[in-house]
Design a protein around this ligand. Structure first.
Ligand SMILES: Cc1cc2nc3c(=O)[nH]c(=O)nc-3n(C[C@H](O)[C@H](O)[C@H](O)COP(=O)(O)O)c2cc1C
Length: 321
């Protein structure tokens, strides 16, 4: 009689439900540059070469960060079922291999972060004035560290002005490139119910020159009352211990842990990647921070009303046949 073999991987239903959580990760211009493969050993996360933004992300770094964020969601969703994953970073376009790590109940922190996956969103609206309590800052820093990342809060007016000025310079340089603007416009949409890109509502109002942190201009309408004139935004720069392709995936996992922790603490977040996209400015940012490793993103934390959510593609579009 043939011996019954235990399945080595999750059920297909669990896989599909976990992908359903993964896709709510943030991604550069909401390109959703990921695909997911169900295998005999587990789940593979793949970079989708057809969904790249070559002008702003010529080396697919931001796309890998996005896929890393989706991987963190997958890990949380699997942990939430009591069948958590272990992961191994892959090669080429196969970025991550996940396999079952044995059964155990989800940890309280996994449950809390899992519940934030659909609540988290990028907030391009105005934040209210006011500091973020130091104990929350410690929790955010710790969240990055848990996934081998680092998060440096920018403390004091001169340091804040230095970082803001690098964001401004990078934004000005990028915006002067017609190819960059055309690519961003292609991923910005006025249409309702589009399943990709940044739609008009999520884009926020047009950036105003008086705002300290230069937001990316996704073509939002000019709107005086939504200007954010805060001179003391809570800003942090985030990175990992390297800048190779696998480091970018690791950075995405750490980023998503930070963003979900922020959501769990009631904080809104905004992202500024312009200074990362201009190599000379990225290097100046690294030196400003006195860091050995390259920064991966500038983040803003604070209190703000919920803004519009972006949409996602149907799951059949992201699952390998
Ligand atoms: C690597 C990376 C870089 C990003 N850079 C910016 C940015 O410079 N400006 C911005 O407004 N949003 C930025 N975003 C946020 C994305 O536009 C956002 O995640 C996407 O539109 C999906 O929306 P959601 O985060 O609300 O789910 C970035 C996201 C990632 C993952």
């Amino acid at each position: 009689m043939s011996q019954m073999t235990m399945p080595r991987t999750w059920s297909r239903e669990t896989f599909i439900a976990a992908v359903g959580a993964a896709v709510w990760a943030p991604s550069i211009h909401n390109t959703q540059p990921w695909r997911f493969r169900y295998t005999d050993e587990g789940i593979d996360v793949l970079l989708d070469p057809a969904r790249q933004v070559p002008v702003c992300d010529p080396h697919c770094r931001a796309s890998r960060v996005s896929c890393g964020a989706a991987t963190f969601n997958l890990r949380l969703a699997l942990a939430d079922t009591g069948e958590p994953a272990q992961y191994r970073l892959g090669r080429g376009d196969t970025l991550v291999h996940l396999s079952p790590a044995g059964r155990r109940p989800p940890l309280p922190v996994e449950r809390r972060l899992y519940r934030q996956i659909r609540r988290r969103h990028t907030n391009r609206g105005p934040f209210s004035e006011g500091a973020v309590d130091r104990s929350l800052v410690v929790q955010l820093t710790d969240a990055a560290r848990q996934e081998s990342g680092w998060l440096d809060f920018v403390v004091g007016e001169p340091a804040l002005e230095a970082v803001a000025s690098l964001i401004r310079s990078a934004d000005a340089e990028l915006s002067a490139d017609p190819a960059y603007v055309a690519e961003m416009r292609a991923w910005t949409t006025e249409a309702d119910h589009r399943v990709e890109g940044v739609d008009r509502d999520a884009a926020g109002a047009a950036p105003h020159p008086a705002e300290l942190l230069a937001r990316r201009d996704f073509g939002g309408a000019e709107h005086g009352t939504t200007r954010d004139l805060s001179r003391e935004p809570v800003v942090a720069v985030f990175g990992v211990l390297g800048d190779g392709p696998a480091d970018a995936v690791q950075a995405g996992m750490a980023l998503q842990r930070v963003l979900l922790t922020a959501a769990d603490l009631g904080l809104s977040t905004a992202m500024y990647s312009q200074p990362i996209e201009v190599p000379t400015i990225r290097e100046r940012l690294r030196l400003t921070l006195g860091r050995l490793h390259d920064p991966q993103l500038v983040l803003r934390f604070g209190y703000a009303p919920t803004t519009c959510y972006t949409n996602r593609r149907p799951l059949e579009d992201v699952i390998e046949p």
